[in-house]
Design a protein around this ligand. Sequence first.
Ligand code: FAD
Ligand code: DLZ
Ligand code: SF4
Length: 510
Amino acid sequence: MRHLVLLFGDQLNEKISSLDGFDKKQDHILMAEVWEEATHIKHHQKKLVFTFSAMRHFAQDLTRRGYQLTYLQLDDEYISFESALDKFTAKHKLKKIIVTSPSEFRVLEKTQSWTKRFNLPIEIREDGRFLCSKSQFQSWAYNRKTLVMEYFYREMRKSYAILMDGNKPLGGKWNYDKENRKPLKSDEHVPGIALFPPDEITKQVMELVTLKFSNHFGSIKNFHYAVTRADALKALDWFVKHQLASFGDYQDAILENKPWLFHSILSLYLNIGLLLPVECLEAAIDAFKQGRVPLNAVEGYVRQILGWREYVNGIYWLKMPDYKKQNFLQAKNRLPDFYWHGSTPLNCLKQCISDTYENAYAHHIQRLMVLGNFCLLIGVNPGEVNTWYWIVYADAYEWVELPNVSGMVLFADGGMLGSKPYAASGSYINKMSNYCKNCCYDVKQKTGDKACPYNYLYWHFINKNREILSHNQRMRMTYNTLNKMSTDKLTEITKNANEFINNLGINNHE
Ligand code: FAD
Ligand code: DLZ
Ligand code: SF4
């Protein structure tokens, strides 16, 4: 045996860089289900089913294509990648171990220590699935006063010549965000998503997860995600045919009991490797060129994939490991228990937690403006919020979860990712969703027993962080409004908010 390629569980693509130059006669692949990865955080049960089933299908696929491959199923012997490699390197004489750079800082650090441990050269190759390499992002970020995503996105559009008319953006505007904020009527038809019933392999994994991980968060029932590349490509096709045309218009909308709306639900497949970002972009742009989808929809989608997705990956690798420790607003409270069971009278939170529990998925505005916004307003410490998001979503890996949570939601990085906190009162949730109609609170009331808690929590948050945030130009109007508020009103807001937070039992007095 010449080279051993260790394929990590989120690198499920034949085009992964570690397989470049693979010699089917002399080289070998190792894939391993290991306890450390499954339990270092208590992943949602559906996420475990998705990951292990996709890994097993991919291994089967590669073997059919003539790759020599050893697949280790979860077993007490294989605690970690190291124990899997210990066993393998003891049996086989190798010249080198090759990996594509792992997507997580913790695992990269481990990998870098393996040369010493196994007394073998370890070749760590760049992950070519991203359209902006770590070094390209570093060059872009170097010496910039601000790392605003919009500027990065424009550079990416230019360098890949996507939706461009020469040097100018197609249609004259870089961004159609303002047109992409339409609320949806409750009776509006939504197309649903492509569903893939579990096959034998998935059913076996479901049994394993039920047996070993039933104490993890989330429902295992009704598993319907794609676990093969062929099915993930069908899901992409479905999105482009049935959802993309309305993706832009209703990007920020929320409806009760309609978890998918016009979202693609492709993040799972992109992040695990079953789909490549470039092929999602090509499919969307082809549909636009054929006149099947409007510009605001395709631009909205391109911005998410070519802009946000690449940008958060760039930020993660630029700023780790310090990024994880940031807590600009000094938030210390604990995460409310109901984030784990959804039993709360606040209907918006109850619905979003229930969707998350059922599907290991919630769409962007649910994650940002309902679940995240609440944690921001009640001052939950970034560590616990990050862990929750990392556990509960099937598409969650630290590289993408951390910048979204610490940067976009909690303003824990002091404004590197977002120029101001995404704090909002109940009226935003009422404008974009139909949750408030079925809630015991009144979204129109600002204070008092019946008032929507988001309303007084919002002003309490603004008031509490006055010293830190009032210098921010983009917060000027908000502070002008606060300054005009009567002392009585502000006292009532503070009283309501403190009582509410005390009743949650999350105060950390340390
Ligand atoms: P669509 O609405 O169809 O969007 C299209 C694609 O754009 C997505 O598939 C995704 O690949 C990409 N995208 C869009 N927004 C972002 C973003 N902000 N960051 C990175 N990629 C983006 N996304 C994850 O993939 N994993 C996470 O762990 C994750 N955690 C998040 C936590 C919070 C608090 C927030 C606010 C956002 C988070 N996101 C995360 C981003 C976004 O919410 C998800 O990518 C999106 O909901 C996935 O569903 P979709 O595929 O249906 O997306
Ligand atoms: C998410 C995950 C889980 C639950 N289990 C495994 C596993 O057993 N083996 C594996 O190779 N990968 C797994 N993964 C994905 C890893 O967490 C991911 O490969 C690392 O984050 C790489 O940096
Ligand atoms: Fe949420 Fe407030 Fe609306 Fe209730 S009234 S659903 S708590 S925003």
